[in-house]
Design a protein around this ligand. Structure first.
Ligand code: HH2
Length: 284
């Protein structure tokens, strides 16, 4: 049964998990920059993500890796314009990874249903009103500062509580701008202004984020902290570590997972789910 946007937005209540496949139409993303820049390569990848089990495709035209340079909205639109119609035609629910309202407007016009804003509405004051006006869904993500500087001077007293409070405040800001809270998804922003211990605390602290009564999205895929734990310098070699990180968050109640390597995670989830079902059968 294909996922509807409503299924995704209710997933924290139903427990159904959804995989968001990553499609970076960028020359400089940290793990796959340049791989899917041509429209043909991007569409082939979008179809492969769906075949592998992704029910959401997150298309981005600007890298947010630490130190990345900004991409003007017109350039993001030029990159997206050639691929969005084909990605929408896959039948997956399409999300656009941007902080800019011009880009989000273009993507929503092309059939995207979710705006994935890593700045949680702070980068562009016109973004929340646009999402409200269109009745779109939105990901509000926690980040400290800007990608250019976010890994400098990273300090928290209690990272899980601080991220939860920030997301609560951004949910209120979104509502004040007219966005329906029921259309919001929250994301602790793994790797965005966080050191290893912060990422681990957040992956283990999903239950606390769920007190916001919104679905929790986790994006740990191939990120640096996995390399720090496993010694894998090459992002594409961090697949097993990424699966483990996402499964740990799933156990805590996260239901949405933003991943590069869809099939390995879908398989792991199938097994973990079967074990959990057997356990609950036994417990009655
Ligand atoms: N991570 C990245 C980009 N967008 N969006 C959300 N909601 N959550 C995340 O954790 C997240 C995100 C970074 O990963 P990637 O897209 O692979 O790299 P880059 O930003 O270099 O394109």
């Amino acid at each position: 049964m294909p996922a509807t946007l409503n299924d995704i937005l209710q997933s924290h209540r139903t427990g159904r998990a959804f995989v968001m496949g990553i499609l970076n139409v960028t020359p400089d993303s940290f793990s796959d920059g340049g791989e899917f820049l041509t429209p043909a390569a991007a569409l082939t990848q979008a179809r492969a993500l769906v075949m592998d089990g992704a029910e959401i495709i997150d298309v981005g035209a600007e890298s947010t890796r630490p130190g990345a340079s900004r991409v003007a909205p017109a350039d993001q639109i030029a990159r997206l314009g050639e691929v969005l119609p084909g990605v929408v035609a896959t039948g997956a629910c399409v999300s656009v990874d941007t902080t800019r309202s011009e880009v989000a407007r273009f993507a929503l016009d092309a059939g995207a249903k979710i705006v994935n804003d890593v700045s949680a509405g702070l980068d562009d004051p016109d973004l929340l009103p646009l999402v409200a006006d269109r009745g779109a869904a939105m990901v509000l993500m926690h980040m400290r500062g800007q990608p250019a500087t976010m890994q400098e001077d990273v300090q928290y007293q209690d990272v899980v509580a601080e991220v939860r409070d920030f997301l609560a405040e951004r949910l209120t800001a979104a509502q004040r701008a007219g966005v329906d809270r029921e259309r919001c998804i929250v994301d602790p922003g793994i790797g965005f202004g966080k050191r290893l211990e912060h990422n681990l605390a957040l992956l283990g602290g999903v239950d606390e984020l769920l007190t916001l009564d919104r679905p929790v999205l986790i994006g740990a895929s191939r990120k640096r902290f996995i390399g720090e734990l496993t010694g894998e310098d090459e992002p594409a070699q961090r697949v097993s570590g990424s699966v483990a990180a996402h499964l740990a968050a799933w156990r805590g109640g996260a239901t949405l997972f933003r991943v590069h390597d869809v099939r390995p995670f879908v398989s792991a989830l199938q097994v973990a789910r079967a074990v959990a079902a057997a356990r609950s059968d036994r417990d009655g």
